[in-house]
Design a protein around this ligand. Structure first.
Ligand code: NAD
Ligand code: MG
Length: 397
């Protein structure tokens, strides 16, 4: 079908990261072709994307939506074959034709196809941080065993990756790295009086000052759970212990993160807040390609500010450090409870200020144990979801 091009499967193509990925793909038709696009339920958006990018396969969750999309594509003369269900996600992430997989499904649902991409040795462009948080050790083992290449899309981790020396396999100590400084904007409620937090609405929480993102990660940014998940993500990607990962509030989101070295050097990566930068970086690595991003104008920015995070205002950040130190299934429990709490908040069933409490209660309720098998992790995820949902139900009575 497409000769000499790198073929990509975009998991979560209709989301914020998926759309940015296809924008970069579309700028380089000589370099990239699309093997498969997937979406949960957004059939119309996926149809439009298929008509532009002409993938071999499209995947949606339900068989009914798949049949509908297939008819619409045929009517437009497009040969894309439509599949459905979670098995199809695994198939399009691991098919032999595929060179790289953009893992941009939100939440735990992204874990099975991302693991499949790891096992089949793909270049994985990892946006779906929840997959790594849930099963970090197992995930990294699969990446190594499958000979996959894991490149971070999260802007902070992509920045850290860019600040590390080539051949970082020697680890932090072998490379002279002393600390990783993970920047955080602080989200929309950085300076809001704490007693006003119970009144915040989903739309207020999703109005991020610097980034346009999906609703779940936007709420995570408002609670700073996003930064907590990113601390855990950094631990697995770079082999850094919790003590070596420091969160720095930097409201302008221009410095995307920093790496501190033993000789006193601190390397930062800067850029406008536009996810097409890390996406293009990871797609073309080690080359550099145009990403359509506005050049950084330091004179326009004028100043860069920094402050320490307030763990009282943002208790979710503390919970994330706690589970990273605890290990085992605790990060999977934290992630599952957070997904339930955020969905409940977005549905109007839970107050914003209660999200952290749901997570703390679930962490206390689920027995700690090792995360030595995927089944064990998925069982902890299931138990945590069940507990958190019951807790939310009681809280909203
Ligand atoms: P989004 O909500 O905009 O898009 C999510 C995508 O996943 C959509 O295509 C949706 O159809 C699909 N999806 C949702 N639930 C699914 C399910 N159960 N099964 C299959 N597909 C499903 O989210 P986003 O903002 O693009 O974020 C995607 C991932 O990237 C998240 O893990 C997020 O944390 C991470 N991320 C996003 C950004 C950003 O700027 N948006 C930055 C860093 C990391
Ligand atoms: Mg990020």
């Amino acid at each position: 079908m497409i000769q000499g091009k790198k073929l990509i499967t975009v998991l979560g193509a209709t989301g914020s990261i998926g759309v940015s990925t296809l924008d970069v793909v579309g700028r380089h038709p000589d370099r990239y072709g699309v093997f498969a696009l997937t979406a949960h339920r957004q059939v119309d958006k996926l149809l439009a994307q298929c008509l532009v990018h002409r993938p071999a396969y499209a995947v949606v969750a339900s068989a009914d939506d798949a049949a509908l999309l297939q008819v619409m594509l045929e009517r437009e003369g497009c040969c894309t074959e439509v599949l459905s269900g979670s098995k199809a996600l695994v198939e399009v992430a691991s098919a032999p034709e595929v060179d790289m997989v953009m893992a941009a499904i939100v939440g735990a649902a992204g874990l099975p196809p991302t693991l499949a991409a790891a096992r089949s040795g793909k270049r994985i462009l990892l946006a779906n941080k929840e997959a790594l948080v849930m099963s970090g050790a197992l995930f990294m083992q699969e990446v190594a065993a499958g000979g996959a290449t894991l490149l971070p899309i999260d802007s902070e981790h992509n920045a850290i990756f860019q600040g590390l020396p080539v051949g970082f396999e020697r680890g932090l100590d072998g490379s002279g790295v002393t600390r990783i400084l993970l920047t955080a904007s602080g989200g929309p409620f950085l300076n809001k009086p704490i007693d006003e937090l119970p009144a915040v609405t989903p739309d207020m929480a999703c109005a991020h000052p610097n980034w346009v993102m999906g609703r779940k990660i936007s709420v995570d940014s408002a609670t700073m759970m996003n930064k907590g998940l990113e601390v855990i993500e950094a631990h697995w990607l770079f082999g850094a212990s919790a003590d070596r990962i420091e969160v720095v509030i930097h409201p302008q989101s221009v410095i995307h993160s920093l790496v501190a070295y033993a000789d006193g050097s601190v390397l930062a990566q800067l850029g406008n807040p536009d996810m097409r930068t890390p996406i293009a970086h990871a797609m073309a690595y080690p080359e550099r390609i145009d990403a359509g991003v506005k050049p950084l104008d330091l004179f326009e920015i004028g100043r860069l500010d920094f402050q320490r995070p307030d763990f009282q205002r943002f208790p979710c950040l503390g919970h994330a450090y706690r589970v990273l130190r605890e290990g085992g299934v605790a990060p999977a429990v934290l992630n599952a409870a957070n997904e339930v709490a955020v969905a409940s908040f977005l549905d109007g069933k839970l107050g914003f200020e209660r999200i952290a409490g749901v997570i703390a209660a679930t962490l206390d309720a689920i027995e700690p144990r090792d995360a030595d098998s995927l089944d064990g992790v998925l069982e902890a995820d299931r138990q945590a979801r069940e507990y958190a949902a019951r807790f939310v139900g009681r809280a909203s009575c």
